[in-house]
Design a binder for this molecule. Structure first.
Ligand code: ISJ
Length: 272
């Protein structure tokens, strides 16, 4: 019996185009959907073989390989990563961070500390808590609940994709497919590329199917998947990724000397 390859993907709308019919493209895939932070922990504890994990956790592990040219990124506003704040940036002293997030939580710290020169207190924000009942100045929300949130008690809603690109001029990469060290994907990397190509040809249908369950407008979901998110990991995205790494490393949110290795199937390497 062929081994199952355990694939963990983010449970949010942002990921749907990357996993559309994924299991049809490879018979050995065992697909699970989770929060990004949970996927990072599962990959770290060998409960997954490949996971769509927050990039900051790719840096922190420094032993994974990246599946080429697939990412969740933005080139300006992202619409689903928002720092809701009662204060303007300069006056934020305490922030609650979405426990589903690792990259955006680090990005919030990078912006606060590097761009605005303040080091606020950080507390976790649980999945089912009410943001309006918090005593913090700001709360970071990501994913589907960030897109639905209005939070009239917060005067400011900072889009962190927009903040990053306004500041650096670069795209931002939130998540990549990371392959655990020593794992041979047995062609699952090709299936991931096929699912992405297929999913991107189906964004209209995906938006229409997913919108009602999310309580969102289908046209809005389509524009989010088509014009807001970017799923390639090209040279500009890689420049954004490296720049984020250097800033996170300076703040000791990531270790020194991280290598950005791509995944190459073992049999191809061996047959050279
Ligand atoms: C754009 C997003 O990208 C994500 C944000 C992540 C993070 O903050 O750790 C991780 C994976 C992605 O789901 C989002 O969730 O809205």
């Amino acid at each position: 019996m062929p081994t199952r390859i355990r694939v963990g993907a983010v449970e949010y709308l942002n990921t749907k185009p990357l996993i559309e019919r994924l299991t049809d493209f490879h018979p050995q895939i065992d697909l699970r959907l989770e929060l990004p932070s949970v996927l990072a922990d599962q990959l770290a504890s060998d409960d997954l073989d490949v996971g769509l994990i927050p990039v900051i956790e790719f840096f922190r592990a420094n032993r994974y390989r990246m599946v080429p040219n697939i990412a969740i990124g933005s080139r300006g506003p992202v619409l689903s990563v928002t720092l809701f704040s009662r204060q303007p940036w300069e006056r934020i002293r305490k922030v609650a961070m979405d426990v589903g997030s690792r990259t955006s939580a680090a990005l919030t710290q990078v912006l606060l500390r590097k761009r605005y020169g303040i080091t606020p207190e950080i507390v976790p924000f649980p999945m089912h808590a009410d943001p309006e009942s918090l005593d913090t100045d700001a709360v970071l929300l990501i994913g589907d609940r960030a897109m639905r949130a209005c939070l009239p008690g917060y005067a400011y809603a900072y889009d962190l994709g927009q903040e990053w690109t306004d500041w650096t001029g670069l795209p931002f990469v939130f998540a990549v497919w990371a392959v655990r060290d020593g794992v041979d994907l047995e062609g699952v990397d090709l299936a991931l590329a096929e699912a992405k190509a297929y999913g991107l040809s189906q964004v209209g249908a995906i938006a229409q199917r997913e919108a009602p369950g999310l309580g969102l407008d289908a046209g809005f979901c389509r524009r989010y998947l088509t014009n807001i998110l970017h799923f390639d990991l090209g040279p500009r995205e890689q420049a954004g990724l490296h720049h984020f790494y250097t800033l996170a490393r300076d703040l000791e949110l990531a270790p020194q000397g991280v290598t950005f290795e791509s995944y190459h199937p073992t049999h191809l390497v061996e047959s050279r």
